[in-house]
Design a protein around this ligand. Structure first.
Ligand SMILES: Nc1ncnc2c1ncn2[C@@H]1O[C@H](COP(=O)(O)OP(=O)(O)O)[C@@H](O)[C@H]1O
Ligand SMILES: [Mg+2]
Length: 412
């Protein structure tokens, strides 16, 4: 059993640097959980408290139903891979991976003559070390590198050795802190896919830290989104994408980020409408029903629509919002249109190129007038002051809602 449970965990560095606050999370056995958030939000601190590398100021950390607050890192049965993988430069790959195993003392219960049981700690045998290192090397595809030294390896190969070094220890929890940050973009994509495969082979509990939302979305069974030491939302990739609990999560998850515009939510009987840039759009489908079930009040809101959920339409559509193209980015399979709405608000519209005729593509040039629209089901409604999602069940009371943080997210 390698569940991990954090209850009311708090970390204060020195006298008053509050790095982590109110952290509550239960991680299931063999689950892959990703902590994601901007730099400085407390991801590494949380991971290091789980690993035992950092004291816990308040709260408890349990691994496999046992409180580990006072256990040394070596007694927690965890493996950790860091961003700077710090291999021993003078040792071969084999010796780098075997190093910790040589230091390991495994407990053995030995029955005494009088019937009592004594625990003795013994070293692993050379055969056992060889078996573990070569098996890990096989899984990681580095069997032919075992006699090389770190400087004779590429960045990706070094990263595999660092993972291998953690793997051989047969830990119940695998912690990774930005393990791919030092790699170039192409290698990072490749290693990301490898971690997905590796995870199937190792089959243990993973906690993975990254600032990269793509990594979080592709790797995690569940994602924990953090900001300023507080959890903002916990959910599956689909949940945080479809129902971000607040404006911060909405803008953090998804690229290019969600368009946010000021709008007015109104109600006529059972039907809701948003008025944006003077255009009144019906909130049709399940979003309309959800607003109705919640008895949402008429109010000024921040309306969110993802770039991929805006579609091109024509002038005669009563739901058409006229926009002016500023910049066009050709991404291959799609175009990113940077446009200005009627009041000058910048928006991004993602258009799959397969949906366009050659003639239409030719008409998409800087300065051109286009018409965009969107349906109710892709709308996200945020409270103007608290920035909470009007439809979200999960509203974190720990999210701070100073008015200045709104302008910071909204305008950049
Ligand atoms: N050893 C330390 N002493 C004082 N403050 C620290 C220390 N380590 C981290 N911090 C602060 O704690 C906050 C969270 O840091 P960290 O957990 O490293 O963030 P992340 O990993 O999300 O980038 C930051 O404000 C950081 O400056
Ligand atoms: Mg960090």
């Amino acid at each position: 059993m390698a569940t991990v449970k954090l209850t009311n965990v708090k970390k204060i560095y020195g006298k008053n640097v509050v790095a982590v606050n109110d952290f509550n999370l239960e991680i299931a056995d063999k689950e892959f959980v990703v902590f994601v958030g901007p730099s400085g939000c407390g991801k590494s601190t949380t991971l290091r408290m789980i690993a035992g590398l950092e004291d816990i100021t308040e709260g408890t950390v349990e691994i496999g139903d046992k409180v580990v607050n006072d256990l040394q890192p070596k007694d927690r049965n965890i493996a950790m891979v860091f961003q700077n993988y710090a291999l021993y430069p003078h040792l071969t790959v084999y010796e780098n991976m075997a190093f910790a195993l040589r230091l390991l003392r495994v407990p053995q219960q030995i029955e005494q003559k009088d019937g009592s049981v004594k625990t003795v700690y013994s070293k692993l045998s050379q055969d056992e070390i060889y078996k573990r290192v070569t098996e890990a090397a096989e899984i990681l595809g580095i069997s032919d590198l075992l006699l090389r030294r770190p400087r004779e390896l590429s960045g990706g190969q070094r990263q595999r050795v660092a993972i291998g070094r953690a793997m051989v220890r047969d830990s119940q929890v695998f912690l990774m802190d930005e393990p791919l940050s030092n790699l170039d973009a192409k290698l990072r994509n490749q290693m990301r896919a490898e971690i997905i495969l590796l995870r199937k082979k190792i089959d243990t509990t993973f906690i993975y830290v990254t600032h990269d939302q793509t990594e979080a979305m592709t790797l995690g069974d569940r994602i924990v989104i953090m900001k300023d030491g507080y959890i903002q939302q916990v959910g599956t990739p689909a949940e945080v994408f479809d129902m971000p609990s607040n404006l911060f999560v909405a803008e953090f998850i998804g690229a290019p980020k969600m368009n946010i515009v000021e709008a007015e939510l109104t109600r006529e009987g059972e039907n809701y409408f948003v008025t944006v840039f003077g255009v009144k759009l019906p909130v049709d489908g399940e979003k309309g029903e959800a607003l109705c079930n919640k008895q949402a009040e008429e109010q000024k809101i921040l309306l969110g629509v993802r770039p991929e959920h805006m579609t091109l339409t024509n002038r005669s559509n009563p739901c058409a919002i006229p926009c002016t193209i500023q910049v066009i980015e050709m991404m291959g399979s799609e175009l990113h249109l940077h446009v200005l709405a009627p009041d000058g608000t910048p928006l991004i519209v993602r258009v799959p190129t397969v949906q366009l005729t050659t003639q239409q593509v030719a008409g998409l040039v800087a300065g051109a007038r286009i018409y965009v629209t969107f349906r109710g089901k892709v709308m996200h409604f945020f409270h103007k002051e608290t920035q909470f999602n009007l439809l979200s069940e999960q509203t974190s009371q720990s999210v701070k809602s100073e008015s200045d943080s709104h302008s910071q997210w909204y305008h950049n």
